[in-house]
Design a protein around this ligand. Structure first.
Ligand code: MG
Length: 446
């Protein structure tokens, strides 16, 4: 069994996460609850906020001081799974944060914050990251308008054709919109702790020209073959971030349904506030509502109303569905998406077996697909996703690279990137090229 990335490994982004990112992100949740509370009238909800803040700050302190991890005591479905890794073998002592794996700890932090809120009386279901998600979405308004205008044009062009649209034209647009979904993923709020607004805008700029150099494993041709293998069918998107990224996913969804490449699209959001910016079910109506609101998006009104109208139509007639599962917010690898997979992996397996293409968006989904293991760079994607590779589920990972794990590279390519990075950034770890969202993978397996 390969080791996973560890929090005490200074060569890994895990180390930066534990020491810099996690205390800050917990602070952001606390800050949001303070803002929300300041707007509340006196009463029990306001009174309860203090206890929530105290409990969240205890988690923050535990991480910042690298204390022994408090086990989960609430009676929740994934308690045993987490505590198994929190406790030292045959002991009542627990490990410190620095002594455990990155992926498990990162998931556990979000789980702990949510348990605090879920155990409350007046704050259950409250999303303490919603304010940040929505504020950031508004700031991407020029990219939002540009994409609405672009898709509206594509739609009208296809509709005005008297005969059926050629497969070549469909392929070109599929490629363009998949690129948008891919690079829209660069807007990940959990990384904004260290990224300026200007850099964010630069990341969002349509990046087709970067493809050759930046997409280190590119299976687009196979993805197209799979999508075009038959008309109709169901496409699944295991979502990552809300805001601009969700919007790009929704535009791609419209294209799949409008073109007939899919008859149904199922979106899979998270069930608890997750990695700051991840989509919750409530984000979908919020985002669509914002698109129709001229005070959020004053430009390209006709195009945005068109996009929002089409989304409403597909939601109403059941061609666009949301489906939730707590499986997506456990810390187990997606190797558990198989018959008898644990913590709901079995049900996901049975569901995704009906899919023509299951698109896994973003960095965290990729880490779970590959188990966040220290795989050699040139490991085939098929090898790294283990049992999932033989389920028959057509898997597409669409990910800008913002963590350590990466597979599917041509032999020598990863080592070359290490060498180049070290030459240009002598103070960095050689592998730091993989942390900033500059590179991406479009990895497919069936
Ligand atoms: Mg995310």
């Amino acid at each position: 069994m390969l080791p996973v990335y560890q929090n005490d490994d200074k060569k890994s982004f895990a180390y930066v996460s534990l020491h810099k990112r996690w205390p800050v992100l917990i602070g952001q949740a606390v800050n949001d609850i303070r803002i929300e509370t300041s707007q509340l009238p006196d009463g029990p909800k306001k009174d309860e906020a203090e206890s929530i803040i105290t409990q969240m700050e205890a988690v923050q302190n535990s991480v910042a001081q690298n204390l022994p991890i408090e086990p989960i005591t609430a009676d929740v479905y994934d308690k045993d799974e987490y505590n198994k890794f929190v406790f030292k073998p045959n002991s009542t002592e627990t490990y410190k944060w620095s002594e455990r794996g990155w992926l498990d700890c990162e998931c556990l932090i979000y789980r702990k914050l949510q348990i605090v809120v879920e155990s409350s009386k007046h704050w259950r279901g409250y999303d303490y990251f919603a304010r940040m998600k929505n504020d950031t979405f508004v700031k991407s308004s020029s990219a939002v308008s540009t994409l609405a205008n672009r898709y509206h044009k594509i739609y009208n062009e296809f509709k005005s054709k008297e005969s059926e649209v050629s497969p070549e034209a469909l392929k070109i647009v599929t490629h363009e919109l998949l690129q948008t979904c891919l690079w829209g993923n660069a807007t990940d709020l959990s990384l904004l702790v260290t990224v300026s607004m200007e850099e964010l805008r630069a990341l969002q700029v349509s990046a087709a020209a970067r493809e050759k150099e930046s997409v280190l494993d590119n299976d687009f041709e196979d993805v197209w073959k799979q999508l075009n293998s038959e008309k109709g069918g169901r496409v699944d998107i295991i979502l990552d971030n809300s805001g601009f990224e969700l919007y790009t996913d929704l535009v791609f969804t419209l294209f799949l349904l409008d073109s007939g490449l899919a008859e149904q699209v199922v979106l899979h959001p998270k069930t608890l506030p997750w990695m700051i910016s991840d989509v919750l079910p409530t984000d979908l109506p919020t985002i669509i509502g914002m698109l129709t609101d001229p005070s959020s998006f004053p430009d390209s009104r006709e195009d945005l109303d068109f996009i929002a109208g089409k989304l409403h139509q597909y939601l109403n007639d059941g061609q666009l569905l949301l489906r939730t599962s707590p499986f997506w917010v456990t810390s187990v690898p997606y190797w558990e998406i198989k018959p008898n997979g644990i913590l709901g992996g079995d049900a996901i397996y049975r569901d995704l077996r009906c899919s023509k293409l299951a698109i896994f968006k973003g960095d965290l989904n990729y880490r779970k697909l590959t188990g966040d293991c220290v795989w050699p760079y040139d490991t085939p994607f098929r090898t790294a996703i283990k049992d999932l590779a033989t389920t028959g589920i057509p898997v597409l990972a669409l990910r800008t690279v913002k963590a350590d794990v990466i597979v599917g590279l041509e032999p020598g390519r990863g080592e070359q990137l290490d060498k180049e990075w070290k030459e240009n950034h002598p103070d960095d770890e050689p592998h730091a090229w993989a942390w900033g969202g500059k590179y991406a993978v479009v990895s497919f397996n069936k």
